[in-house]
Design a protein around this ligand. Structure first.
Ligand SMILES: [Zn+2]
Length: 451
């Protein structure tokens, strides 16, 4: 018993209950032990199962909550993407129209040419806001498109997987919310840019209409072209008459038709007057360019030496040519009507008028009388093959000159190749003619034929 007593004082209180039975019979003790262990086992199992069941439900609930949050965010992204796509479609149409308007509009035919610059700037902003690319005027595409809507994730098996997935969905939902907010802001910016571009297109149209109403229509143009021009100007104020670019294009074309008609009338007048004396002959300008050729003549009184612009441009060209080792000089500059009478008559008496007409102009028809033309260095075809002649052919336009009678164009210009004869047009026009590869007659669509 001494041993037993020792146990009583040293074992924990719970065990003490068991020891109460130690004084009883072996059978009683065995029954008591089985009863206690069985009870303890049932109690413990129930607790563990209860705990596991509770944890699984919590994991699933956490997953469901995270999923709901994710779905809401994903829906917001999908909605904002769709809104951006719709705004992008509007923006593409606006950018296509804006780029076409810019292409067809001649700033000189606007009352306020700054409206065109404003439209250019608003188009740039629209392209940036809409993530657009313009391949050519009117050809606009989006560089990015909205992603397809997301599909809802499946519920994973197992508590651990559900908890991990819940965390992942929660993180993803936060990113999606940011994306949706960014997308909404982008959509607002894009809609504002589209509205601005459309307003700027309207401003260009209004400016064209104001110019069209104020401009003085050339008096000699045919009534038909004047009426067409008036109708085109009126149409600028009528959106039902077509897109802005169509209306501006029609307006500008009708203006060209008026000018062409005016030029034709002037030419007819010049031809009608070229038969006798100077009566009514006036210098002819086409698109602002003084034209002197076999069709168009100058009055006998016209001309007073090379013009200041022509001389200044020659001096610039001469200096640059000298800097690269080429020596240029004017062999023949201004020739008055009276001088040309002597020059032409001497050639005609030597070679006959038909032959003289190929290289020399009749009085009034010589460009040398205009003060805008001169002959360089040596007046022979060989000049075209010298380093000087080749440099002039390739560079004269940069100083405002064209080789007036190019090789192979006698049928159009009325003159054989004259690599030495330059005509001053100003840098812009000379460069445009040079780049066109055309003679001046072809460039302007005019003839050079004696009537
Ligand atoms: Zn000449």
């Amino acid at each position: 018993m001494a041993t037993c007593r020792t146990h009583v004082f040293t074992v924990p209180a719970l065990t003490r209950t068991t020891l109460v039975f130690m004084g009883a019979s072996r059978k009683d003790r065995a029954i008591a032990r089985r009863t206690f262990l069985g009870f303890a086992a049932v109690f413990t199992t129930a607790g563990v199962v209860g705990t596991i069941t509770t944890d699984n439900a919590k994991a699933r609930a956490a997953f469901d909550d995270a999923l709901a949050e994710w779905v809401a965010s994903a829906d917001a992204v999908d909605e904002s993407s769709a809104a951006f796509s719709a705004a992008q479609t509007e923006a593409i149409a606006a950018a296509a129209e804006a780029s076409t308007v810019i292409e067809v509009t001649n700033a000189e035919m606007l009352q306020d040419s700054a409206t065109l610059d404003t439209l250019r700037a608003s188009l740039d902003a629209l392209v940036a806001a809409g993530l657009l690319t313009i391949a050519a005027p009117g050809e606009v595409t989006a560089t990015t498109t909205a992603p397809d809507p997301r599909s809802t994730p499946d519920v994973p098996d197992g508590r651990e997987a559900q908890l991990a997935q819940a965390q992942s969905l929660t993180d993803d939902a936060a990113h999606l919310s940011e994306t949706a907010e960014t997308s909404e802001r982008s959509t607002s910016e894009l809609e504002a840019a589209t509205t601005a571009a459309l307003a700027d297109i309207d401003a260009v149209v209004a400016s064209a209409a104001a110019h069209g109403a104020a401009v003085e229509v050339p008096s000699l143009a045919s009534q038909e072209t004047k009426d067409a021009y008036a109708a085109a100007v009126a149409a600028l104020g009528d959106p039902a008459a077509g897109s802005a670019s169509q209306r501006i294009g029609a307006y500008q074309q009708s203006w060209t038709a008026v000018q062409d008609s005016q030029a034709a009338a002037e030419a007819a007048q010049a031809r009608g007057n070229s038969g006798g004396g100077d009566d009514g002959v006036q210098p002819t300008y086409i698109n602002g360019i003084l034209i002197v050729n076999k069709t168009y003549r100058l009055p006998s009184w016209y001309g007073n030496g090379l013009t200041g612009d022509t001389l200044a441009a020659f001096e610039r060209m001469r200096a640059e040519a000298a800097s690269v080792g080429h020596n240029l000089w004017i062999a023949s500059g201004f020739r008055s009507y009276a001088t040309q009478v002597k020059v032409y008559n001497s050639y005609a008496s030597r070679d006959g008028s038909a032959a003289a007409d190929r290289y020399s102009a009749r009085p009034g028809h010589s460009e040398h009388q205009s003060g805008l033309a001169f002959d360089l260095n040596t007046i022979t075809e060989a000049f075209g093959y010298t380093p000087e002649g080749q440099w002039v052919a390739a560079n004269a336009h940069r100083f405002g000159f064209i080789v007036r009678y190019p090789q192979g164009k006698e049928g159009v210009t009325g003159y054989i190749w004259e690599p030495w004869h330059l005509r001053y047009l100003g840098v812009d026009t000379a460069t445009a003619v040079y780049n066109s590869g055309l003679s001046l007659e072809e460039y302007l669509g005019i003839t050079s034929v004696y009537s």
